[in-house]
Design a protein around this ligand. Structure first.
Ligand SMILES: C[S@@+](CC[C@H](N)C(=O)[O-])C[C@H]1O[C@@H](n2cnc3c(N)ncnc32)[C@H](O)[C@@H]1O
Length: 272
């Protein structure tokens, strides 16, 4: 399938469909990426060409296949306690800012849930230490149905938990045995704290929040500059004044109109 023909107009049509529906932005340099991600799917469906696949993507009754294409085109790379300094900051700041009041956190492009569950482990530890109250919750959303199904199961290859401390592994995880050797299941006390839901950041998502902490890490790369600003400002509208906002540290300056103060690379506080 590596040699399945893919014309420039076909590339442009797929790029337009993804932009209109999901905000994903692809310039010409991404043509071979789109080809490599979708060609195996076209083969699996027994179709002969990208043109045939485009007809399916254009057909509104084929929403499940559209979702599949989105899944294939986005990257879901994530792992537990990615960017540890962000979690160190939460550990320092939350007891000061929230005290024993209720706390709510949003992982806004959660992928397989690693970010949300890492935060749940940290908040649970803070609660055990008496540094925050018991009333805390985490919402985790993503556009991809596939990653959300997997996140709810909360079973991970051991390697994804490489940055989890031995104490936390003991306290919150169960190691698989036999056929499940090499896999880790998160305990109910952590799973129960995280609610998962499907949400497209490029569509209206009013009615959520307000949140004390929002993670929007490693998702803006999919969007063009105007969409980035729009998404970030709409997300920040749901963050409480003084709340903490996280982007991936490699993502650079926050593109937004909402006043923010930089705390450490990739971590910002919303103006009070
Ligand atoms: C690289 S993962 C980031 C995971 C996690 N935040 C982290 O930093 O480890 C990016 C996620 O963004 C999701 N995504 C892409 N476009 C999206 C959109 N328009 N709305 C919501 N999620 C989206 C993808 O499905 C993917 O799971």
């Amino acid at each position: 399938m590596a040699n399945l023909a893919f014309s420039d107009p076909e590339f442009q049509r797929i790029a337009d469909l993804m932009y209109q529906a999901v905000g994903l932005s692809y310039n010409a340099s991404k043509k071979s990426l789109i080809h490599s991600r979708l060609a195996p799917r076209i083969q699996k469906l027994g179709l002969g060409s990208f043109a045939d696949y485009i007809l399916i993507l254009e057909d509104e009754s084929e929403a499940a296949e559209f979702q599949m294409a989105v899944d294939l085109l986005t990257t879901n790379e994530t792992y537990f306690f990615r960017e540890p300094k962000h979690y160190d900051l939460l550990q320092q700041e939350l007891p000061n800012s929230a005290g024993k009041a209720a706390l709510s956190v949003w992982s806004a492009a959660s992928s397989f849930g690693d970010e949300a569950y890492s935060t749940a482990m940290l908040l649970s530890d803070l609660q055990i230490a008496g540094r925050i109250g018991p009333d805390w919750s985490i919402l985790a959303t993503d556009i991809s149905h596939r990653v959300l199904l997997s996140a709810k199961e909360a079973v991970y290859p051991q390697d994804r938990l490489r940055a989890v401390s031995p104490e936390r592994l003991r306290r919150y995880c169960l190691r698989g045995e036999g056929d499940s050797e090499g896999q880790v299941l998160l305990q109910d006390k952590i799973r129960q704290r995280v609610q998962f839901g499907q949400l497209n950041l490029c569509k209206d998502f009013g009615g959520l929040g307000p949140f004390d902490v929002i993670f929007l890490r490693n998702v803006l790369i999919y969007f063009d500059p105007a969409t980035k600003v729009d998404v970030v400002d709409r997300v920040l509208a749901l963050l409480k004044p003084g709340g903490l906002f996280f982007l991936g540290t490699a993502e650079g300056r926050v593109p937004c109109k909402t006043p923010l103060q930089t705390v450490i690379p990739g971590a910002f506080r919303k103006a009070v």
